[in-house]
Design a protein around this ligand. Structure first.
Ligand SMILES: [Zn+2]
Length: 270
């Protein structure tokens, strides 16, 4: 009788051991398959007090940067994320995050720059050259050159004058539209490279608008990666020419900012 009990226990344990091993293997497979996911944060302008919904107050921007470091996030350069995706660099570690700033607003220089310098945070600015040293709200070429000389700052393309490609496509015939798109993509890259004396190979889509034809034209224009506005962390499953970014709002402070980052991770493509 005791032999029968012992055989039963032995079989029972064997069966559970097999199930447990299978479950661990399955979990490891999915963890590996999921790979790194990195939220790419997007800011536009800063002010105290806030002027519109795209504005983040300087106080809240500082708080958001502090929350990143206090909660174990590492701000990595956008170039490191791109290098990983191109198979030219290591995978980003867990809790990596990227900072990007669009449109060359003067408030970046006045409000955000001192904060990112104090914390030595690597950042990427996406610039449309037509506004530089031209519009009152924008930075000057001298200010951009000063920023470009900092190892933590990288300056990339946002087309020449920030067109809405969806509306432009409706306005003209396909040949004229394609020529316009190529001009916006190539001229912006050429102007920035000439002015700032470094290679420009990343592109942020104006208004986050893109389609398969635009992605192909950007690739043909020499861009290595493009960036859209879709709030989820970027993974190996996202298109290289339309990597998603999340707009951060002024309300995203305290626990809400951490929930915002968690949501970006949950929405990431597997
Ligand atoms: Zn923009």
């Amino acid at each position: 009788m005791s032999r029968i009990v012992s055989q039963f226990v032995q079989r029972f344990l064997q069966r559970w051991l097999i199930r447990l091993t299978f479950a661990i293997l399955l979990q490891n497979f999915f963890l590996h398959a999921a790979g790194p996911a990195v939220p790419i944060l997007l800011y536009h302008k800063f002010a105290s007090p806030r002027t519109d919904f795209m504005t983040v107050t300087t106080k809240h921007f500082k708080e958001q940067m502090d929350l990143l470091s206090k909660n174990g996030y590492t701000v990595i350069p956008l170039a490191a994320l791109v290098a990983w995706r191109l198979g030219k660099g290591p995978a980003p570690s867990a809790h990596s995050v990227v900072l990007t700033f669009d449109d060359g607003n003067l408030s970046f220089y006045r409000e955000a720059k001192p904060i990112i310098e104090a914390q030595r945070l690597p950042v990427t600015l996406f610039i449309y050259p037509s506004c530089i040293s031209n519009a009152s709200y924008a930075m000057t070429w001298n200010q951009l050159a000063e920023l470009a000389a900092e190892p933590i700052v990288s300056i990339e393309s946002h087309t020449v004058w920030h067109p809405n490609f969806k509306q432009e496509a409706k306005k003209s015939n396909p040949a004229d539209y394609n020529a316009f798109v190529d001009m916006q993509l190539r001229k912006s890259k050429a102007i920035l490279e000439d002015r700032l004396k470094h290679a420009v190979d990343l592109l942020a889509w104006p208004f986050g608008i893109y389609d398969p034809s635009l992605l192909n034209r950007a690739k043909a224009a020499g861009y290595q990666a493009g960036f859209s506005i879709e709030c989820r962390a970027a993974t190996a499953s996202d298109s290289m020419m339309a990597l998603p970014r999340c707009i951060v709002l002024d309300e995203d402070v305290g626990p809400r900012f951490l929930r915002f980052l968690d949501a970006a991770m949950r929405n990431a493509k597997n």
